[in-house]
Design a protein around this ligand. Sequence first.
Ligand SMILES: [Zn+2]
Length: 86
Amino acid sequence: MEVSVVSADEFVSWGCPYCGYAYSAQMLTHEPSGACINHCVNCGEGFIVVPEGMNQAPFSIDGRSFTLMQHPRQGIPHWNLQTEGN
Ligand SMILES: [Zn+2]
């Protein structure tokens, strides 16, 4: 399973790396780094959001580490049900 890792700034701009939805549920926050595992409330995919300047998730899962990637939806503004309905 591939887990996307995006920066906090890019998440704010482009939303979920899979569908672009603006909102996600924070399942787990890593302290004190602030990195968190998110769960998109639209498509249900999980991904990791890391603070600016961090290029890898500060934790591993099952021995795997997760490296920051370019947001796959760069340039496509996030959306939510409010803006979509207009
Ligand atoms: Zn999504």
